[in-house]
Design a protein. Structure first.
Length: 115
């Protein structure tokens, strides 16, 4: 059973930065495209960033373009999300998973941005 463990969240002021990590155990995800998703209170979970299996291509939802960067280290079975210039609307629980999602969702990591 693959376990996804997200970490690195926290509370920051607008304009601040955080780096999220997602570690997978039980099975490598080197053969999968990976994504970071987020779910804000009262909203559906949305895909925020995607990185292809090779790591050569990335995708970002419009609201985070130019501020977030997704990367992967398959040797460590870890995916990262560097978040800069954070805004209050980025407040959410952040999750990682394959894309499309095929694994059991982890607990996520809470990101809270205050104005």
């Amino acid at each position: 059973q693959v376990q996804l463990v997200e970490s690195g969240g926290g509370s920051v002021q607008a304009g601040g930065s955080l780096r999220l990590s997602c570690a997978a155990s039980g099975r490598t995800f080197s053969g999968d495209a990976m994504g970071w998703f987020r779910q804000a209170p009262g909203k559906e979970r949305e895909l925020v960033a995607l990185i292809t299996r090779s790591g050569n291509s990335t995708y970002y939802t419009d609201s985070v373009k130019g501020r977030f960067t997704i990367s992967r280290d398959d040797a460590k079975n870890t995916v990262y999300l560097q978040m800069n210039s954070l805004k209050p609307e980025d407040t959410a629980i952040y999750y990682c998973n394959t894309n499309p999602p095929k694994r059991v969702w982890g607990q996520g990591t809470q990101v809270t941005v205050s104005s």
